[in-house]
Design a binder for this molecule. Structure first.
Ligand code: TXA
Ligand code: MG
Length: 337
């Protein structure tokens, strides 16, 4: 099987792709669909056989719960077994958007979605495709990232095709993902919100919205380390190349650190945003803007390109430790080994 890729760049193509995806979802089939964070591998969340197909295509362990995707607040509340005040506040502030709320599980949600646990993670994406499919088929969709288990998440239809192209029948091309890293996952079942996976909606914004304050977009406050999602492994989101974050004073300092690591510069992909190496010593140098939103949007594409080029090492200029960067720093830490 080779996946068909459906474009969505005109209203007619978008509508046709929605109809096709909705039909597959209604028949228990799966398809890779665009969202603003990363592409998701979607299926009917209420059908254990469809969710099983998602797990099988990814090669994913059943101990990791999947996120339920909706296209309205109403469907989110109906899928939950209670809607805490914190959920109400965070949904009002950030939905639709790159935020997953972990709430008490509703009665109709199968064990394979929650990994048998008492909670369910729910997200309403702001990219219009998945909400349109949900409305067309009337079903919430289970959708983990559309990559093979333990590999890099896809931020383009091409990334999906290269990992899953011979395992699924349909990939909907919604363009490059606008956010670029996976959603912030927040447990709202207790008295305080607990960040299980940091993302581009950062801790200070969550704190302000949870307290009922007006949300400020960015802040210089200090990050308090997040707790971990139960299913998250320490190494995850990893490229094939070895990845290491480094801080360098200048290029001589960088070359010395690289030599100490045993890195061969001619097989090394550098990712910098501030102190940009200029010599011809490095095989590839990517410059990503010194801005968290732009950086997140570009990061996975650079890591995919490094892997495709056959890089042995990826050396990444270490990032600031402020809340706006926390989601990106988390992904880089998971990708290094
Ligand atoms: O941005 C995203 O969230 C993307 C797009 C496709 O929506 N999806 C995604 O799904 O990243 P996945 O399956 O790759 O990651 C889901 C994360 C995992 O870390 C999982 O442990 C956590 O969410 N999660 C899901 N349900 C949970 C629950 N009930 N309790 C705690 N963590 C949960
Ligand atoms: Mg994933």
């Amino acid at each position: 099987m080779k996946a068909e890729i459906l474009p969505t760049h005109t209203p007619a193509l978008f509508a046709a792709a929605v109809a096709r995806a909705a039909e597959l979802m209604s028949h228990g089939e799966i398809a890779a669909l665009p969202t603003e964070t990363v592409y998701g591998l979607a299926g009917n969340a209420l059908d254990p056989a469809a969710v099983g197909r998602i797990y099988a295509a990814k090669g994913r362990p059943a101990s990791n719960p999947v996120i339920l995707h909706v296209g309205s607040l109403d469907l989110a509340i109906r899928s939950a077994g209670g809607w805490p005040l914190l959920a109400e506040r965070l949904a009002a502030a950030f939905w639709p958007g790159p935020l997953t709320l972990v709430v008490p599980r509703g009665p109709g949600i199968p064990d394979c979605v929650t990994a048998g646990g008492p909670t369910v993670g729910i997200r309403w994406p702001i990219h219009p495709f998945v909400p349109a499919v949900v409305r067309a088929c009337g079903l919430p969709l289970a959708a983990p990232s559309a990559n093979l288990s333990n590999r890099l998440s896809p931020t383009s239809a091409d990334h999906v095709f290269r990992q899953l192209g011979d395992r699924i029948s349909l990939i909907v091309d919604g363009g490059d993902c606008n956010v670029g890293i996976e959603s912030t996952v927040v447990d709202v079942t207790g008295s305080e919100p607990v960040i299980l996976r940091p993302g581009m909606i950062h801790s200070e914004a969550i704190r302000a919205a949870a307290a009922g304050d007006t949300v400020v977009a960015s802040s210089a406050c200090v990050e308090t380390g997040p707790a971990r999602s139960p299913g998250q492994l320490p190494i995850h989101y990893a490229p094939r190349a070895r990845l290491q974050c480094l801080t360098w004073r200048d290029e001589t300092d960088l070359a010395q650190q690289a030599a100490a690591l045993g890195v061969n510069p001619s097989r090394t992909w550098l990712v910098a945003y501030n102190r940009i190496p200029m010599s011809g010593r490095w095989a590839w140098v990517s410059v990503i803007p010194d801005d968290p939103e732009a950086y997140a949007r570009g990061l996975y594409g650079e890591l995919h390109r490094a892997d495709d080029a056959g890089a042995e090492w990826i050396l990444v200029e270490a990032l600031p430790s402020t809340p706006e960067w926390a989601g990106i720093v988390d992904r880089l830490n998971r990708a290094s080994r």
